[in-house]
Design a protein around this ligand. Structure first.
Ligand code: G6P
Length: 622
């Protein structure tokens, strides 16, 4: 979703801002803009619909100089995507320009009030209301900009991360946040580079990491002002001074590059074996046949005595949560409920103080997931976060948790975060099972041993499923796909279908294979590709019967089978092989060819794989 970049220092701001906007493209957006103050004190704003490259083209003959600036990628909420609604927005006097992430819920009443008082508006956005409100407050209170921001934000309901330029004061940059992340990058020497002060702003770390790894995460209802002297002052809305906490970013620039791959998604698919090795490092101890998750060890009584576990998540994370449910229930014998965070937060759910509520989120910023755990916290539940982005909002709002450590995921369609979440939930299930002694030692050791081998089996799967690019060409005609799986592979069917929908825009449904008879079977004809996850394990015979039912209605079968299987292979139009593994670990292997299938179908259809239309990587509005 929307992205913010900001800069104040000695360097030209525009190249830093544009590079930052490119880094933020992965979040999903539909327009972009920049604002700078040049040496002569002119405050410029340039905006355009579409890609950042369109913005760059549109400023080719403009004055883009200045050593202070803000920039934005907008994912439309209020008002269609066009240059007028794009950020930055000027205030009426054009003294101020402002960028904003989030949603101002009471923007209509604020706008009506401001209009009554003579303020005029150019756009349909809630953001323009903010900048006008700040200007109006400054005029009516005859105060400095910082105080005006504090006062104005007190009357705002909703979520915001904002950055503001004031042409009357080109030596200071002001920003604030509530409910939407904002990170301040502190240039070398605590804001001073070669004696010169330098600060960066980003809605996430990706526009900042190139310049500094020292950052301050702005907290909710905090306002910060930074200047060219290297001063960074933070207060809350009531003007109480806050001490900035300096953190070191755990990220390197290579992780933000494609590394020779055509797309981030492809790179991230192929990275999974190594990413999962890092994810399990120090956590799976094969010598001692043990699982060590510090987030559990420190709070084991909460898990041992849990009445229930509720997992809240959205999108792909919801699918991994479902696999987690199956495993935790089987291994640790605790009832687990999996909830769409967006539903859970609004339906007054029953939550007991001895419930453990787990939030699963790649970004750690999904607005609904964050709100769901805040609700659970208000009812006294213990909160656990399983997130990828270090320092994001969900890990900071939970009592304990585990980071995935799979590295930044840039492709909008989640791949390595999914398998990272699944393996983390499995480790969590094993760690609880150990504490609760619900598994025999022998089975526990076997599960640990086999889990350790999964990254190598993933590598085998990737190496042995070449040629999907050719095969995928045959399916560009398809308007629909069905994905079927049973047990642990039902969530894989859901995730496989979601991957295809997200990036190829082909409609796809994931179904429990046996449920097919209750509806989807009516859709099957010779045009319908049906992807079946059919490993030679638990419910093999049953899934073979399901395949027969599809075959007799002339559906096209694409199957995922265990290496060496001949029965399903013989019934399939195309087959992906995976190595044999325990039922509970099959999803970690079976999803790989399905990720590649969706990637190559999307490529064959000429889609923008890394930035699919309308989608956002980090859904920071509800
Ligand atoms: C968006 C992304 C998905 C992701 C979902 C949940 O829809 O495009 O890839 O699964 O949000 O995001 P989270 O960061 O909470 O896992």
């Amino acid at each position: 979703m929307c992205g913010i970049v900001g800069y104040i220092g000695e360097q030209e701001a525009y190249p830093i801002l544009i590079k930052g906007l490119h880094r933020l493209e992965y979040r999903g957006y539909d327009s972009a803009g920049v604002s700078m103050i040049n040496k002569a004190g002119v405050l410029s704003v340039y905006k355009s619909k579409g890609k950042v490259s369109a913005l760059e083209a549109s400023v080719a003959d403009k004055d883009i100089s200045g050593t202070i600036g803000i920039a934005h990628t907008r994912w439309a909420t209020h008002g269609e995507p066009n240059a007028t609604n794009a950020h930055p927005h000027f205030s009426q006097s054009k003294n101020l320009s402002l960028v904003h992430n989030g949603i101002i819920e009471n923007y209509k009443s604020l706008r009506t009030e401001l209009e009554k008082n003579g303020m005029t508006f150019c756009s349909e956005t809630d953001t323009e209301v903010l900048v006008q409100l700040i200007e109006y407050t400054q005029i009516t209170h005859n105060c400095d900009l910082y105080t005006a921001v504090q006062l104005a934000l007190k009357s705002v309901i909703g979520a915001y991360a904002i950055a503001i330029l004031d042409k009357r004061n080109p030596d200071q940059l002001i920003c604030a946040r509530k409910g939407s992340p904002l990170i301040i990058g502190v240039g070398a020497n605590n804001g001073k580079k070669n004696g010169k002060a330098e600060f960066f702003l980003g809605s996430d770390a990706t526009p900042i990491i190139e310049y500094t790894n020292k950052v301050v995460y702005l907290q909710d209802e905090e306002i910060a002002i930074m200047n060219r002297e290297g001063d960074l002052r933070i207060t809350n809305l009531s003007n109480v001074k806050q001490t900035p906490q300096l953190h070191t970013l755990q990220m390197n620039l290579d992780e933000l590059e494609k590394g020779g791959y055509a797309h981030f998604m492809l790179k991230e698919i192929y990275e999974q074996p190594s990413a999962l090795k890092i994810c399990t490092k120090g956590r799976l101890n094969v010598n001692d046949k043990d699982v060590l998750l510090s987030g559990i060890i420190d709070h084991k009584e909460k898990f041992v005595n849990a009445r229930r576990i509720i997992i809240c998540a959205c999108g792909t994370s919801w699918h991994s949560a479902l696999i987690g449910k199956y495993f935790i229930e089987e291994a640790a014998q605790i009832p687990v409920e999996v909830e769409y965070a967006s539903e859970f937060r609004y339906r007054n759910p029953v939550i007991f103080p001895d419930d453990v509520v787990i939030a699963v989120s790649q970004s750690g910023e999904t607005a609904d997931t964050l709100a769901a755990i805040q609700l659970a916290k208000s009812k006294g539940a213990f909160l656990y976060g399983i997130c990828n982005v270090i320092g994001s909002s969900i890990p900071r709002a939970t009592d304990s948790g585990t980071y995935l450590h799979v590295g930044p995921e840039i492709g909008v369609a989640s791949t390595k975060a999914f398998t990272g979440q699944v393996i983390t939930l499995i480790m969590l299930g094993l760690a609880i099972a150990k504490e609760k002694k619900t598994l025999s030692d022998e089975l526990f050791h076997m599960l640990v041993d086999e889990l350790q081998q999964i990254p190598d089996k993933m590598q085998w799967t990737l190496d042995h499923n070449k040629g999907i690019d050719q095969f995928a060409q045959m399916f560009t005609y398809a308007r629909n796909f069905i994905y079927l799986g049973r047990g642990y592979n039902y969530p894989v069917a859901l995730e496989g279908a979601l991957k295809l929908k997200e990036i190829s825009y082909i409609h796809a449904e994931g179904y429990p294979a046996a449920e097919m008879k209750h509806g989807p079977i009516a859709l099957i004809d010779e045009e319908m590709p049906v992807v079946v996850i059919a490993p030679k394990r638990g419910m093999y015979d049953k899934i073979v019967s399901n395949i027969q039912e599809i075959k007799s209605r002339k559906g096209k079968i694409i199957s995922v089978v265990t290496e060496g299987d001949t029965i399903v292979k013989g019934m399939s139009d195309y087959c992906f092989e995976i190595p044999d593994t325990r039922d509970c670990y099959v999803p970690l292997l079976a999803i790989l060819p399905l990720q590649l299938l969706s990637y190559y179908v999307a490529i064959a259809k000429g889609r923008n794989v890394d930035q699919p239309r309308n989608l956002a990587k980090s859904v920071t509005v509800e």
